[in-house]
Design a protein around this ligand. Structure first.
Ligand code: GDP
Length: 300
């Protein structure tokens, strides 16, 4: 976790440092406020949250009078935390039912890191003493099932898969059935994310969800979003949120961008908390999203 924090800090703190430098200027004139806005927009914070934050900062700086670096740091920290929301429940639920395992569906556009995230999450759960079954319901991307199975072998989770191009819903159904038969604690289902048409996606994910729910409750639908895709990623996220009820967001590739403001933007857009962040390609590079640690990484 310490290592992940360091990585997050390395990739993110240009935003916070930039803001603090601007706020420390002797004269906070209109040009400076505009620069502050630009800094936030460039970091993908989004228009409405940027406006809100700048309004709050203007108000509070006025009241502050003299601005010591420590005052500014505290103020910015508080306002960023307010924007991120400290009262979201960010835990990934895997309770399941009395005789059924916890079931987590992982959705998102291909290439965002869905399969990798499913593998990493399996590792976290196994390390936590849970037995995990993986369902390879991404039958569209040819290598996805192999990739998931490799993750499964690596972390010690069995993978249920079907024929290439097979029916994702029937694989999901089989995976949960297998999980029940084995008395597994958790079943993770990797799905296909081709955004061909919205109705196609809706049909497919809706069907996967329905068949899984024939066995029992579905604990989570996690949406995987690539942090490096910015506003474009947000548009895609919205489509998924219209199709299924997302319960949490996994923001991947935060190690590859300084635009961490996307955390704020996507939560605002979907009204759903970011629960996990991906900070690299390795097995250990998935971390719970902690607003305090994130803001500290931003401000440095
Ligand atoms: P899928 O098509 O959504 O299942 O995407 P994959 O899981 O195959 O991931 C696509 C690529 O992104 C792979 O090369 C992964 O190693 C990489 N990837 C996934 N998550 C992260 C992350 O958090 N950081 C970085 N740097 N790369 C990642």
């Amino acid at each position: 976790l310490v290592r992940l924090r360091a990585r997050l800090a390395r990739s993110q703190n240009s935003l916070g440092k930039g803001l603090l430098t601007l706020l420390s200027r002797e004269h906070l004139d209109e040009d400076t406020w505009e620069e502050i806005e630009d800094t936030l927009l460039t970091a993908d914070v989004g228009v409405a949250p940027t406006q809100e934050l700048v309004d709050r900062l203007r108000e509070r700086v006025k009241v502050l009078g003299t601005r010591t670096p420590e005052d500014l740091r505290t103020l910015l920290r508080e306002e960023l935390l307010t924007l991120l929301g400290t009262d979201f429940d960010r835990e990934v639920k895997t309770e399941g039912g009395e005789t059924v395992p916890g079931v987590v569906m992982v959705v998102g556009v291909n290439g965002t890191g869905k399969t990798t995230t499913t593998g990493k999450l399996a590792r976290v759960l196994v390390a936590d003493g849970k037995s995990v079954v993986l369902g390879a319901a991404d039958t569209f991307r040819a290598a996805a099932a192999d990739q998931l199975q490799t993750w499964g072998e690596r972390v010690g989770a069995r993978t249920v898969r079907g024929p290439e191009g097979g029916d994702p819903a029937s694989i999901a159904f089989d995976a949960v059935k297998e999980g029940i038969a084995e008395g597994a604690d958790v079943v993770l289902i990797d799905t296909a994310g081709r955004l061909h048409t919205k109705t196609g996606l809706m049909d497919e994910l809706g069907k996967v969800k329905r068949v899984v729910e024939k066995h029992g409750p579905l604990d989570e639908i996690l949406l995987v979003l690539d942090a490096t895709t910015g506003q474009n990623g947000l548009v895609q996220a919205r489509v998924f949120a219209e199709v299924v009820d997302i319960t949490g967001i996994v923001l991947t590739k935060l190690d590859g961008t300084a635009k961490g403001g996307i955390v704020i933007a996507v939560q605002r857009e979907l009204g759903v908390p970011v629960k996990l962040v991906g900070l690299g390609e390795g097995a250990d590079d998935l971390a719970p999203f902690e607003p305090e640690a994130f803001v500290d990484a931003l401000i440095g």
